[in-house]
Design a protein around this ligand. Structure first.
Ligand code: GCU
Length: 626
């Protein structure tokens, strides 16, 4: 290949791959040599109810800290990269310097840090590869589904660059119809969990930066015209009417779509408009509203009215309920409610690492329910869809959050675009989950005008994307003497105020907690989204000695006294259900890379404070709904 052609290709490739190296996302998808335009990732709603070719299991992997799979020694993009998955050369002097088939394997879904000792601290580029058999069917199209890939990822199928994605906790789907062929196909996915200053989250987090394909991967086949998004909710206005929409991709205006709820003997047909959207209204004569205690889910059937060959059919299970605020009250189905909650990180019980399985999620929610919780704060990023499906089934209310965490680069529009993308993906994936009642746009961010403007806009966008739920954020509070003051200007933009405090741990002693008073500038419901202290399970001693279970339990007893004195308190989610891995928790023999504020250790040992809080929840001596 002569020089100028090579340099022309190199520049073309350079634009396509910048995503992998620097944080600057190239403006818009650049043409790549292999497939022409890159596909813009989309998100197919309710995808876990679609039939799919699962690709979970063992994937070959190649660790590539120097990104040699892409760059040559002058940091030029190599025309032939690892994404081509070339086999060992047939000719004696052929030169291929990698071989997936001879490379080790790793489990998907899962983080790489807890699967391979050598990858425990690894932050960088890692290549995944696996083969899969596929038979394209006429009148259908195929999407490659990735439940989550932390943090930046590039998808290649059969050596063709398909799409790129940034953000470690939300799903994306990329169309691969054009590159598939009957029989053996292969996927290569570059995943890079390098932390970047202008990332979301940014460089510092109090959770382990688990890298990899951390959620399900599959190939989903749909008809040429199909349902990619829909939304159904109970009207806040009359609590009787079910309203919403269905969106079809590549449907002619006027194309019909049916929505049926057989158990309610409800069915309707509507035509899509020029944008592919059909408005839906259903009026049930009787309805069991979804709520903790009776988490009623109805099967919903959505179908396009095309001929059977090309008809798209989708089913889902949804609960119907309303949630709103009235002054300082949170109303669920029109009734005031108090949120007895607990915060949860997506850390797998016992085996540790990213929580990925039904078992991981069931164990976490079993413990939350054993505690007496009717509410969980899923921190600080959208958790696996299995979690919100299960909270739907169990009747546990959910706070879901995007990782606008600590000191993001709030002055950078490119960072704002990343937050907006993640917010859009979070809401689109879980809009059909009745259990999710709160969207949180941030946690513990610095109180300054640039940040407040950024997050106010995020709160407004959340309301635009979903006017049926409440918007919140976990705010820092300031103190004067024994008074905690909640007057962060971001509070104006929120429906519900979340506040984090660590009295008795990062400041003062447990004995000081009960005398603390609160001055709150907003006539809105308040949730104490974090409080707590560390304890090493099994470490016992005086209640004044840090890290003992007695200290943590005493801290909780005093917190409960203080919390009961806050008139507009409408919920709590103490920090945290279970100890979780964190790179900033380094005290040997106590923390050993774990944040020990759990009420339960990562190995399942319940600490005294678990029972302190359980008692308050069971006897309903903490908090008032009005
Ligand atoms: C913060 C933060 C958490 C962190 C906790 C702690 O409030 O929101 O992510 O883990 O404090 O310090 O334990």
């Amino acid at each position: 290949m002569h020089a100028d052609r090579r340099s022309f290709l190199a520049t073309l490739l350079l634009s396509a791959f910048t995503l992998l190296s620097s944080s600057a996302t190239p403006a818009g998808a650049q043409a790549s040599p292999s497939t022409g335009a890159l596909t813009q990732p989309t998100l197919l709603v309710d995808i876990d109810h679609r039939s799919a070719l699962p690709l979970d299991g063992d994937w070959h992997y190649i660790v590539d800290p120097y990104q040699g799979g892409i760059y040559d020694f002058h940091h030029h993009i190599k025309p032939h990269g690892i994404f081509e998955n070339l086999e060992a050369p047939a000719t004696p002097n052929g030169l291929v310097e990698y071989d997936f088939a001879k490379s080790p394997t790793i489990k998907v879904p899962g983080d790489w840090n807890t699967q391979q000792k050598s990858l425990y601290y690894y932050e960088g580029l890692l290549w995944y590869q696996r083969n899969f058999d596929y038979t394209p069917k006429p009148g259908t199209r195929a999407f490659f589904h990735i439940g989550a890939a932390n943090y930046r990822s590039n998808l290649f199928v059969n050596g063709k660059h398909i799409c790129d994605h940034e953000g470690g906790f939300t799903p994306f789907d990329c169309e691969i119809t054009a590159v598939l062929h009957p029989g053996r196909n292969f996927a290569v996915i570059a995943v890079d969990n390098t932390r970047i200053a202008d990332g979301v989250p940014t460089l510092q987090t109090d959770w382990w930066n688990y890298g990899g394909l951390t959620r399900d991967v599959s190939v989903v086949t749909v008809p040429t015209s199909f349902v990619d998004d829909y939304e159904l909710h109970l009207s806040r206005a009359d609590h009787k009417t079910i309203e919403g929409y269905v969106h079809l991709v590549d449907a002619a205006p006027g194309a019909k779509v049916q929505v049926r709820i057989p158990e309610l003997n409800l069915s309707t047909e509507a035509a899509v408009d020029a944008a592919g959207k059909a408005a839906i209204t259903l009026t049930p004569s009787a309805l069991t509203l979804w709520a903790p205690g009776h988490p009623k889910l109805y099967e919903v059937e959505i179908a396009t009215s095309a001929s059977s060959a090309t008809q798209d059919q989708l089913t889902d299970e949804i609960g119907l309920r309303t949630v709103e605020v009235q002054g300082t009250k949170i109303l669920l189905n029109g009734e005031p409610i108090f949120l007895h909650g607990i915060a949860i990180h997506a850390e797998a019980p016992k085996r540790t690492g990213r929580a990925v399985s039904e078992q991981d999620i069931n164990t976490l929610l079993d413990w939350a329910q054993e505690l007496g919780a009717n509410f969980v704060r899923l921190a600080h990023y959208p958790h696996d869809q299995r979690m919100t499906r299960e909270t739907d089934r169990r009747g546990i209310l959910v706070w879901s959050e995007i990782p606008d965490y600590w000191a993001l680069h709030f002055d950078d529009p490119a960072v704002k675009a990343k937050s907006e993308q993640q917010l859009g993906e979070m809401i689109r994936r879980d809009r059909d989950k009745a259990s999710v009642i709160l969207w949180s746009v941030a946690n513990e961010t610095p109180n300054n005008p640039v940040r407040t403007e950024y997050l106010t806009s995020m709160a407004d966008q959340a309301r635009l994307l979903d006017p049926t739920r409440l918007v919140s954020a976990a705010l820092l509070v300031r103190g004067e003497g024994n008074t905690k003051i909640v007057d962060d200007p971001l509070g104006k933009a929120l429906d519900v105020i979340g506040t984090n405090e660590y009295i008795g741990w990062y400041e003062k002693t447990p004995g000081d907690i009960a005398n603390t008073t609160w001055s709150i500038a907003y006539d809105k419901p308040l949730i104490m989204t974090e409080f707590g202290g560390g304890a090493k399970a099994g470490l016992h001693g005086s209640e004044h000695t840090r890290w003992t279970e007695e200290y943590q339990a005493n801290l909780y007893r005093n917190q409960i006294v203080m919390l009961n004195k806050i008139p507009q308190l409408r919920g709590i989610s103490p920090w945290i259900l279970m100890d979780f891995r964190s790179p900033v928790r380094l005290l040997p023999g106590v923390q050993d890379d774990f944040n020990r504020k759990g009420l339960i250790s990562d190995q399942g040992q319940k600490k005294q404070a678990f029972f302190t809080l359980q008692k308050a929840y069971r006897e309903n001596t903490l908090g008032k709904a009005e």
